[in-house]
Design a protein around this ligand. Structure first.
Ligand SMILES: NC(=O)C1=CN([C@@H]2O[C@H](COP(=O)(O)OP(=O)(O)OC[C@H]3O[C@@H](n4cnc5c(N)ncnc54)[C@H](OP(=O)(O)O)[C@@H]3O)[C@@H](O)[C@H]2O)C=CC1
Ligand SMILES: O=C1CO[C@H](CO)[C@@H](O)[C@@H]1O
Length: 258
């Protein structure tokens, strides 16, 4: 699985997403993160076609929406996502949120898709330890990935360690805190030191935490900037300074409310 991808939750104007996906693929991104609830799978599919890059070169993730959960509903939702994306398989299909009444049957449907080799990998999103422990009591397939919100401002070392122990790849969403922390002093001083932007430092922090990281942008320059993070490495001391910024700042819901 690529370590850095394009997140594409972008409730914007027409063609914004297809253009961004094409720019990202031209820049070198090979992972696109979408979801049925983002209502942009058709544009993602179109952006991929427009790029001319072969389907087999790209890692596509989508997610079962909360309203699509349940065994039969999930199987149907998967087919609908494939159709919108103009593809016959996904690289990764995730349970978007752990909805209490339906998460077990939803997981069973993902296992069916996986066992029938209709999807390359299955995983979860917004699962904290209690959700994962519950899942382990009934799952026959270990989730390949757990996607949850991660940034220095919402640092979850115990969950990262738990995922590693269970051989689940952690994937961090909203790595840029949606731009809400760009003028943090510590972040700015580290960025100046490496002659990088605060956004590039946040992406690098995620990569160095061992996360798959999926910053969102629909702007060509920023898509390129967010991918230009392979020529520097944050020191151990700088990583620790960033870890210390943790203040439970979230942009999405708290999974413990589910
Ligand atoms: N599983 C889940 O429940 C969730 C999954 N996600 C996934 O994670 C992805 C990323 O998270 P998201 O919440 O979108 O937010 P991000 O933390 O990635 O921030 C995106 C925002 O930052 C701006 N931005 C991006 N790059 C730069 C830059 N270099 N300089 C300045 N501003 C920049 C973007 O604007 P612009 O586009 O104009 O550049 C946008 O407003 C989502 O798109 C989605 O795929 C997100 C939330 C929940
Ligand atoms: O994927 C998502 C995009 O962001 C939303 C919040 O703004 C989340 O609720 C959702 O899970």
């Amino acid at each position: 699985m690529p370590r850095l991808g394009l997140g594409i939750y972008a409730p914007g104007e027409k063609n914004e997403v297809s253009r961004a996906v094409r720019w990202a693929l031209e820049t070198g991104y090979r992972l696109i993160d979408t979801a049925s609830v983002y209502q942009n799978e058709e544009e993602v599919g179109r952006g991929m076609k427009d790029s001319g890059i072969q389907r087999s070169e790209v890692f596509i993730t989508s997610k079962v929406g909360n309203d699509e959960q349940g065994y039969d509903q999930t199987l149907r939702a998967y087919d609908q996502s494939l159709k919108r994306l103009q593809t016959d398989y996904l690289d990764l299909y995730l349970v978007h949120w752990p909805i209490r009444d339906t998460r077990k049957e939803t997981w069973r449907a993902l296992e069916t898709l996986y066992n029938e080799k209709r999807v390359r990998a299955i995983g979860v999103s917004n699962y904290y330890q209690p959700h994962l422990e519950e899942l382990f009591a009934y799952a026959s397939v270990v989730p390949a990935v757990n996607q949850f919100e991660q940034s220095p401002f919402l640092y979850r070392p115990e969950l990262l360690a738990y995922c590693r122990e269970k051989h689940i790849q952690p994937e961090g969403y909203s790595p840029l805190v949606r731009g809400r922390k760009e003028s943090n002093e510590v972040l700015e001083s580290i960025a100046t030191q490496y002659e990088k932007s605060t956004y590039q430092v946040l992406i690098r922090w995620g990569l160095q935490q061992g996360l798959v990281t999926i910053p969102k942008s629909t702007n060509q320059k920023r898509i390129q900037e967010n991918f230009d993070v392979w020529d520097f490495e944050l020191s151990e001391g700088d990583m620790q300074q960033l870890n210390a910024l943790n203040a439970d700042v979230r942009v999405a819901d708290d999974p413990m409310d589910y």
